[in-house]
Design a binder for this molecule. Sequence first.
Ligand code: NBP
Length: 491
Amino acid sequence: MATQNKTDIGLIGLAVMGENLALNMESRGWSVSVYNRTVPGVEEGVVERFINGRAKGKHIEGFTDIEAFVESIALPRKIMMMVRAGSPVDELMEQLFPYLSPGDILIDGGNSNYEDTNRRVKLAESKGFLFVGAGVSGGEEGALNGASIMPGGSEKAWEEVKPILQSIAAQAPDGTPCCQWVGPAGSGHFVKMIHNGIEYGDMQLIAEAYWVMKELLDMTNEEMASVFTRWNEGKLRSYLIEITGNILRHKDKTGAYLIDKILDAAGQKGTGKWSVINAMELGMPLGLIATAVFERSLSARKELREAAARQYQCRHSMAVYNKQDTEKEIFSALYASKLVSYAQGFAVLQRASDTFGWNLDLASIARMWRGGCIIRSVFLNDIAAAFEAKEKPKHLLLAPYFEEEIKGLLSGWKNLVAQAMREELPVPAFSSALNYFYSLVSADLPANLVQAQRDYFGAHTFERKDELRGVFFHENWTGHGGDTKSGTYNV
Ligand code: NBP
């Protein structure tokens, strides 16, 4: 606890996340100093409103002067920034530096790009301070009652910030805090980025399950809500499945189902896109999340889709489906595609860990996501167990437990995708996952032809099946090409 009337921690940024995190900290026994910038034209009196409102009577002190704010915090200072990602974090750091003491710790809890965090850790350390990039997931509710927090950066800071961060984190069902040290540099924000990418994937998959039930089986909102509620009692048990049931049941003031009135144009704030860009940079397939991001982009082009729909007049047959059987197939497609998505996401984390020397503990990350965050689910236990096995799987889908699961789901999964394609009903994430799976389990792929084409037109060379790996050949395909090869490198 703080001494000489100094507070335990400072928090900057009193928008929805900052306010709730400050209250969460205070409720766990920490005294908190809060600060929000005051800029003419932007909402004024933010600090005053909070101090006289939700923070009234609590161990929370408000400041509008940054120097006084810093001065109010006990050494070594811990200052958490919950502001918009990007330049605001850099601006704030520059404003804070003059008032900090050696060993003070800055924590960026926003959705910052991990490369920015790499840079900020170095900058802060070069000035004698410590910097933690901590992804926070759980939205408003999590911020107030327990979030999943993924801290990385200056490791020396961990012992200092651990008691506070773990106290405000959610607890997994076995009581472990959903906040563990992730690794150096921007690794915490990288892990949070992949978490968000997986969230995009899960949401798209659930939306496809909903769409097949609605469009092929002609189910009512109440019927679909009951299916999601039932699924939430089994292997798919998760926050997103749970809220989907609630959303489908929700009626607006007029007594009508709100879901039917919401425009089908999805927004996005960038973390899904970043996941895909970074997977590409690392040379790793992340097709399911990419599909989810692209589907949001296509959904947003509502007018174009309306025009195309008028032109093509695609129609579902009015075939009568056995609801129970088809529902089982939808379950199979959803669960199996989700496994593919997590397998792809964790493979990207492993590659990032190897490339950047982060030494990520994938089991610990899976466990951290079991509570507080948007993708929390029971099957993260199985993922953690797979990574903790004596013989570490080369890929999540090769772990014996998941092999059995996929084998049991495959028939329903492929039937559902095939049926949806015949019915001209889009299920891009279910089919992307299925195609990835078929490619993964194909010892032979037509990439020999791709290599031949590359060599034919650009002398890009190829390896041969009858020679050692790593030895590259060029063929004079036309008889009039030369022997000069292009360099053999991958980007
Ligand atoms: P916002 O992302 O909307 O950020 C608003 C806060 O940033 C306000 O306090 C604002 O001050 C401050 N700010 C801005 Br904008 N520019 C600033 C600057 N140049 N210097 C200082 N402060 C500045 O709020 P949020 O939704 O609470 O999110 C905070 C962070 O947490 C973001 O990085 C977000 O991505 C991340 N996050 C959000 C959620 C969520 O569910 N909302 C979940 C997980 C993580 P002002 O009041 O003066 O404008």
